[in-house]
Design a protein around this ligand. Structure first.
Ligand SMILES: [Zn+2]
Length: 277
């Protein structure tokens, strides 16, 4: 019994970009031109002051709250947390971790009028305490910076390892592998992360155009935000099977697809369907 994404698809693609910088404007334009979906991890305590002018040559330029409010909610992408002050969580005591996480979530939800359930670890740093504390703050997944070069769905969503950074030398080989059909295989998630300011620093926004052109517009890929995929995987986990595995009940409020013995089955919200029909 294998997870299939919405529509019975085997593949999902998502992006994750950090820090809420000016270059997110161009990145979102390139993503939306291609129908790509992703998540922007924001620090609600570090917005630039309104009208602030960054020194010439400064590449890491945070948006003001006003500019961020004009950009992210209408973009179609997910807004996620990245800590109140971009703190390295393992250096804090438990209360500090809770404050950095929960206050960021409270601020972002008020500032953007949305639910914030996702997060990326500042500097990619985490330790044995963080996952449990983040879970207590209502965070459902948190991205690290450890590339796996794999397309496996995460074992632990609170240490969600990406496939690769957009500047990874293996990126285009990974795209070739991802686009090669694998008829009987497990569902695959291609997860690309980075900072949009890196495209300016490395003069390579064209790299995103190239990777986007390769991956966009395909009927065999689900283009989704991080939380879309996390929520879907959760609904899949909650499927209830009869003891003889002949029927499956979907208690969630969304349709869930699975593949059994080469046959793809969709269980609608609240529906019980036969697997042996
Ligand atoms: Zn960051």
């Amino acid at each position: 019994m294998k997870l299939r994404f919405p529509g019975g698809l085997k593949n999902a693609l998502t992006f994750s970009y950090d820090d809420g910088v000016e270059q997110d404007i161009e990145l979102i334009r390139l993503m939306n031109e291609r129908g790509l979906k992703g998540t922007f991890n924001l620090n609600s305590g570090l917005w630039a002051a309104p009208g602030f002018t960054w020194p010439a040559g400064q590449i890491h330029r945070r948006l003001s709250l006003e500019a961020a409010q004009a950009l992210y909610p209408a973009s179609g992408h997910e807004i996620a947390a990245h800590c109140l002050t971009h703190a390295s969580l393992p250096e804090l005591d438990d209360a500090g971790i809770l404050r950095e996480t929960l206050q960021d979530r409270l601020n972002l939800e008020a500032q953007f009028g949305t639910l914030v359930q996702g997060m990326a670890y500042p500097y990619g740093t985490y330790d044995g305490r963080t996952a449990q504390l983040l879970g207590s703050c209502g965070i459902r997944y948190c991205r690290t910076v450890s590339s796996t070069h794999s397309f496996d769905l995460p074992q632990n969503w609170l240490t969600l390892h990406p496939t690769c950074h957009h500047d990874d030398p293996a990126l285009f080989d990974l795209i070739d592998t991802f686009l090669t059909p694998h008829p009987m295989g497990n569902a695959r998630l291609f997860y690309i992360w980075g900072h949009a300011y890196e495209f300016e620093a490395n003069h390579n926004f064209d790299r995103f155009e190239q990777l986007g052109d390769r991956l966009a517009g395909r009927e065999d890929i689900w283009y989704a935000t991080n939380i879309d995929i996390c929520t879907y995987a959760d609904a899949f986990r909650r499927l209830v099977f009869s003891a003889d595995h002949a029927r499956v009940y979907n208690p969630s409020a969304r349709a869930v697809w699975l593949e059994e013995n080469g046959r793809t089955v969709c269980a609608g919200p609240g529906e019980t369907v036969r697997l042996d029909a």
